[in-house]
Design a protein around this ligand. Structure first.
Ligand SMILES: [Zn+2]
Length: 407
C-alpha cells in the first residue's frame, strides 16, 4: 500500500534519532540492557514523546511509557510496545521498529481524534545478551520473572542485577503493571517466512517457548605436550560430541517446528598448550510443541550422561529458563488479520521462533504480535534490515484494528 510522505518522513526521523546510539565500529549497534547506552535510548524515546506533547513516565524497573495528555489516565489502555536494547553488535531494527510503529499509531490516533487510549511502551533488557536472561523489564512488571535468583544474574561486567538495580534505584519486586487492556507489539520477523511467501505482514499465533541450559563439563587441564593421549580428560572434546548430538536432536524434532542450538562455548583455560579443563556450553531449545520440547530435553540429558561417562568426565547441567510456548489472543489475531485484509496488505498467520516481550504480557492481558519482513531473514546482526514502508504497513494494520474497535 502507498503511505503518506509525512508518515515515511516521520518514521525516518525517529529511526535517525536512535541511529547513532551504541554504534559499534563494524557498523552494528551494541545497546545492552540496563547499561548507559540503553538509558540513552530511553532518554531519546521520552524526548521524542515530549516533541509531540505526550506525557512520559518510568516504572519501577526502568521501562518507559508515553501517553496522550488529553486521555483519562484511569482508563484502561492499549499498550503498543517493544524494546530498545540490542544484542552485541546487533542491528538497528530489532525492537526499534516496534517503537517507531507505536509513535506512528499514536500520531494517527491523535490526528484523527481516536477515542481509544493508547500508550507507547519501551521495555528494558529484552535481550539476554547482558544478563543471560531475556525479557527482564516486561517479565518483572507482569510477575513473570519469578525465578528467585534473577537478582543474582550477572552482567558482562560481572555486576549482579541486584547491584545494578540498587545503583539505578529500581526494584526487583515492582508493582504489577495496571490498566493494560491489550498489548500489541510490532516486530521484524527475524526469519524468512514472510519474504519467501511475498507477504507484507504476519500475525503471530504462538511464540515458541525457549528452554535453555548451561552444561558445565569438568576435565583436567594438563600440559598438552607431556600428557599422553590415553591419560587425558579433555572437556572440550566431550563438548564437541555434545554439540553435534544437540544438532541431531534439533534436526529430528524439526518436523514439529522445534530447533536446538549451542550458542555459547566457554573454554578454560583456553590456552594452546593446555588440555581444556573446563567447558561451559549454553544450549537454547525452542518449539511450539511442549511434548517435542520434553523429548529434546530428555535426549539432551541422556547425551550428556552417555558422553561424559564414556569419557570419565564430571558434568553438571542447569536449566536456566523454561518458558512454555505461548499462544496469542485468538480474538486479536482474527481482528488484526481482518484489518490487514481490509487494507489489502498481503498477510499470513504464523509462529514466532524468537521470544518477545509479548510473552510476558500474554499472562496478564490480550496480547498480539504483528511481524514485518526483514531482508533475507537476517537479525541479531549489523546487516539486519527492513524498510520504513514495512514498518508503516504493520503500524497501519494496528491502527486499522484500533479504528474498528473505536466504532
Ligand atoms: Zn526484539
Amino acid at each position: 500500500m502507498q503511505h503518506e510522505i509525512e508518515d515515511i518522513e516521520y518514521a525516518e526521523y525517529l529511526f535517525d534519532r536512535f541511529y547513532g546510539i551504541g554504534s559499534s565500529e563494524n557498523g552494528g549497534v551494541t545497546r545492552l540492557g540496563y547499561t548507559e547506552v540503553e538509558d540513552e535510548m530511553h532518554r531519546v524515546f521520552r524526548e521524542l514523546g515530549e516533541e509531540k506533547g505526550y506525557g512520559s513516565y518510568e516504572d519501577q524497573v526502568g521501562n518507559t511509557y508515553l501517553y496522550r495528555k488529553d486521555c483519562d489516565m484511569d482508563e484502561d489502555y492499549c499498550l503498543i510496545a517493544s524494546h530498545l536494547d540490542s544484542v552485541i553488535e546487533g542491528g538497528r531494527y530489532d525492537g526499534v521498529a516496534g517503537i517507531i510503529a507505536g509513535f506512528l499509531v499514536m500520531d494517527w490516533a491523535v490526528k484523527s481524534g481516536l477515542r481509544i487510549p493508547v500508550r507507547i511502551g519501551a521495555m528494558r533488557c529484552e535481550e539476554s545478551s547482558n544478563f543471560g536472561r531475556s525479557t527482564i523489564g516486561s517479565g518483572l512488571i507482569t510477575g513473570e520473572v519469578y525465578k528467585h535468583d534473577i537478582g543474582e544474574a550477572v552482567n558482562k561486567k560481572g555486576e549482579t542485577l541486584s547491584e545494578v538495580f540498587r545503583r539505578k534505584g529500581y526494584s526487583l519486586h515492582p508493582d504489577r503493571i495496571q490498566g493494560v487492556r491489550e498489548y500489541i507489539e510490532l516486530h521484524i520477523e527475524q526469519g524468512k517466512v514472510l519474504e519467501e511467501y511475498g507477504d507484507r505482514v504476519g500475525i503471530v499465533q504462538t511464540i515458541a517457548g525457549p528452554r535453555r541450559f548451561n552444561i558445565h563439563i569438568h576435565g583436567n587441564a594438563e600440559h598438552s605436550g607431556a600428557t599422553p593421549m590415553g591419560m587425558r580428560a579433555d572437556a572440550l572434546c566431550a563438548a564437541a560430541e555434545i554439540i553435534l548430538e544437540i544438532e541431531e536432536i534439533g534436526k529430528s524434532e524439526s518436523i514439529y517446528q522445534s530447533v536446538a542450538t549451542v550458542g555459547t562455548v566457554s573454554n578454560r583455560p583456553n590456552a594452546l598448550n593446555v588440555i581444556p579443563g573446563e567447558v561451559e556450553l549454553g544450549v537454547d531449545m525452542r518449539g511450539i510443541d511442549s511434548s517435542s520440547l520434553d523429548r529434546m530435553e530428555t535426549r539432551l540429558k541422556q547425551a550428556c550422561k552417555r558422553i561424559c561417562e564414556k569419557r570419565k568426565l564430571k558434568y553438571f547441567r542447569e536449566k536456566i529458563s523454561d518458558i512454555p510456548p505461548i499462544g496469542m489472543s485468538a480474538d486479536l489475531q482474527q481482528k488484526l488479520l481482518e484489518a490487514a485484509k481490509e487494507l489489502k496488505i498481503p498477510h499470513r498467520p504464523m509462529i514466532s521462533g524468537a521470544g518477545h516481550d509479548a510473552m510476558s504480557f500474554a499472562h496478564i492481558c490480550d496480547t498480539a504480535m504483528v511481524f514485518i519482513p526483514c531482508a533475507k531473514g537476517i537479525s541479531h546482526n549489523k546487516k539486519e534490515f527492513t524498510t520504513i514502508e514495512s514498518i508503516c504497513d504493520g503500524a497501519k494494520v494496528i491502527y486499522q484494528y484500533l479504528k474498528e474497535e473505536a466504532r
